[in-house]
Design a protein around this ligand. Structure first.
Ligand code: AHR
Length: 661
């Protein structure tokens, strides 16, 4: 960044942008110039929707299991693979012998229909035998940290323990933390211990081991290990990943999906009733992104997650269509699904005295959650049977009859052909999804929403992301690109955000997708993604920083702007309480752009402003080992007047905060 730009106010003479020039053609003056933006501060052109900028989530790329959900044990209920105890192996020290196998004849209960049987035929002190879990690409170990270990176990007659519970290096040579459990019986019982590490070097090359030092037979179920969680909540979330989201100040959380809501088949849908209650009552289910979900992060946890971020839940209910094409016929066949959605809404917002509100209260949350929007299904334009129109209408009527205050979202927006949209009723909101190249986003930034009818429906951009490679996001399984996009993609995103912000009276909500990716090999199914992590670290992509820049500097009023050149994409909003004006300026070109900024209608403009800038080599990016290559830089801009020039760096995204009081 050059010093002139840090000062922020430049004369056009210092800039690389072509100087304004004037051609005299007869009596006509034709002026070609760099960008000029006039901001009318006197009369806002609209209100920014109070739910502007949110987050979208689903189980993809190991977003929960192996991601936000802090459980470290993979396949803790031994249900991931019906044939073998996937991600588990035997530990046999010199001189010990043992076998292990899935045992469907000794299930924990009717929900967890199998257990793991460990049969130790030979073991002694110093020569233990047991089982070990590899975790999600290793068990992450941190120094001076407490872990909550728990498991259900029962033993064959004659064996009462002890069982050694430990976190070890993956070669077993170093024991990072260990405890023993005794008193096993022939009935299932849950055992819990705390493991405390000392001054160890943080590593993910570790394993979790349950072992015995004498012969015997033991069955295990729901073997769990939790590190410290956000706000120390049991069954909680990784604090570092939570903090990344909290820092974005999201207004809502769209859950549970995405395709994850639908499932490949109807039987694989997100059946919310199977995701609540004690973990021992949650069987988990096959999810569409190639792996099973433990459902440890279920409906109740989604709600707590929203609350922890001070965000509103945006609930998507299953609407009778699944990804591989099966649908439920509208009418009587669909009624049980409609009832299920009504029950779900009651769980979220019903009083603690209601049937499902009381279940929520029993789970520890007597107060209803705030709910404004309910989405019916996901991407139902894929349902080529044409049933969505009637399915939507059936849900819409039932929801509005019971909860007239709720706004109902159709999943088919104006970006889809007319014949796939809902016509028999007018949805309150349409959800539009855009996964497009940077160039397409730059085009959309120039007017996409200006033509939308202000009488509604409102627009929810429920999934969007610009990508910078020639590959489509859904073909991301086997290629070598990094899991998160580069600055060029962030510029496409930011350009599109200026368009959504300018139209934030009608585009009432938006959220980038997908949000998460575990960066370990084999963990991802999609790119680009917003936030990457491994077991111990987390980082934000340039797109993450672009969205955070926009979402944390927003205000509540849209100011009318006129631009003489659309090379620099602009949106301007104001916080009516503080009088702060936020000008977002996005320069996708490879030349610095001096922008002539004029503010009309204010006489109280402070002479300094703050610039938050994300710029650099468009190919540069962040990664797990280099998390801060592309991050915003704050600088002070002097010489701000009602007419001044500000240079937006090439490949740059700037939020210019001007004060008027
Ligand atoms: O965000 C990834 C997927 O993209 C979502 O599951 C789906 O809704 C969309 O097609």
């Amino acid at each position: 960044m050059n010093s002139a730009r840090i000062a922020g106010v430049e004369s056009p003479m210092t800039a690389k942008w072509p100087l304004p020039f004037v051609l005299v053609l007869g009596v006509t003056l034709i002026r070609a110039a760099g960008p000029a933006v006039t901001i009318d501060t006197a009369s806002p052109s609209g209100k920014v929707s109070p739910l502007f900028y949110g987050l979208m989530t689903e189980e993809i790329n190991h977003s929960y299991d192996g991601g936000l959900y802090a459980e470290l044990v993979r396949n803790r209920a031994f249900l991931d693979d019906a044939a073998t105890p996937a991600h588990w192996s035997l530990v046999q020290a010199d001189g010990s012998t043992a076998t292990m196998a899935l045992d469907p004849k000794e299930p924990l209960n009717g929900n967890i229909g199998a257990s793991l049987r460990l049969n130790v035929t030979q073991a002694s002190t110093g020569h233990a035998a047991g089982i070990t879990n590899e975790g999600y690409w290793g068990i992450p170990v941190a120094p001076n940290t407490r872990y909550r270990a728990s498991f259900y176990a029962k033993a064959a007659p004659g064996f009462t323990g002890p069982i050694a519970v430990s976190i070890q290096s993956d070669d077993g040579r170093t024991i990072y933390a260990s405890k023993t459990v005794t008193g096993l019986t022939s009935g299932w019982k849950q055992y819990e211990v705390t493991l405390q590490t000392g001054k160890v070097t943080a590593t993910t090359k570790a394993r979790y081991v349950l072992s015995v030092d004498r012969p015997g037979t033991v069955w295990f179920s729901l073997v769990s290990l939790f590190p410290p969680t956000f706000k120390d909540q049991p069954n909680g979330f990784r604090p570092d990943i939570m903090q990344m989201m909290v820092d974005m100040k999201p207004k809502f959380l769209r859950f549970p999906g995405g395709n994850y809501l639908e499932g490949d088949q109807i039987a694989d849908r997100f059946e919310w009733k199977k995701t609540i209650g004690p973990l021992s009552e949650r069987p988990g289910h096959m999810a569409p992104w190639t792996y099973r979900s433990s459902d440890g992060l279920g409906l109740h946890e989604f709600l707590l997650w929203s609350e922890d971020m001070n965000a509103e839940p945006l609930l998507a209910v299953y609407a009778g269509y699944s990804l591989k094409g099966a649908h439920v016929n509208p009418g009587p066949d669909l009624e049980p699904y409609v009832q299920d959605a009504l029950d779900e809404i009651e769980y979220v917002m019903g009083p603690a005295t209601s049937t499902w509100g009381s279940v929520r209260a029993k789970a520890g949350h007597p107060a209803p959650f705030k709910l404004t929007y309910v989405e019916v299904g996901n991407e139902d334009w894929f349902d080529k049977s044409g049933s969505y129109d009637q399915r939507f209408a059936q849900f819409n009527t039932a929801i509005k009859t019971r909860y007239p205050q709720l706004k109902v979202i159709s999943t088919v927006g104006f970006e889809q052909p007319e014949n796939l949209r809902v016509h028999s009723v007018k949805p309150d909101v349409l959800d539009e999804h855009y996964y497009r190249t940077v160039d397409v986003f730059l085009k959309m930034a120039r007017g996409q929403y200006e033509k939308y009818d202000r009488r509604g429906p409102e627009i929810f951009v429920g999934e969007w992301a610009a990508y910078e490679t020639p590959f489509e996001p859904w073909n991301a399984r086997s290629r070598g690109e990094p899991p998160t996009p580069n600055l060029r993609a962030a510029i496409g995103d930011a350009a599109f955000m200026t368009q959504m912000e300018k139209n934030a009276d009608i585009v009432v909500m938006n959220c980038y997708a997908p949000m998460f990716v575990n960066v370990n090999p084999g963990a991802r199914q999609w790119r680009p993604n917003l936030i990457g992590y491994d077991g111990l670290r987390v980082y934000g992509s340039p797109s993450y920083y672009a969205i955070k820049m926009f979402s944390t500097n927003l205000g509540d009023e849209i100011l009318k702007t006129t631009a003489t050149d659309t090379e620099v994409l602009t949106s301007v909003t104001r916080d009516s309480r503080s009088g702060r004006i936020y000008a977002k300026l996005v320069n996708a070109s490879d030349a610095d752009a001096p922008v002539q900024i004029t503010l009309t209608g204010t006489s109280t403009l402070a002479s300094t402003a703050t610039a938050l800038t994300l710029s650099g080599d468009p190919q540069s990016t962040n990664a797990i080992d280099t998390p801060a290559r592309v991050v915003p830089v704050t600088s002070t801009v002097t010489g701000v007047t009602s007419g001044f020039t500000y240079t937006v760096p090439k490949h740059g995204i700037v939020v210019l905060t001007m004060r008027t009081r």
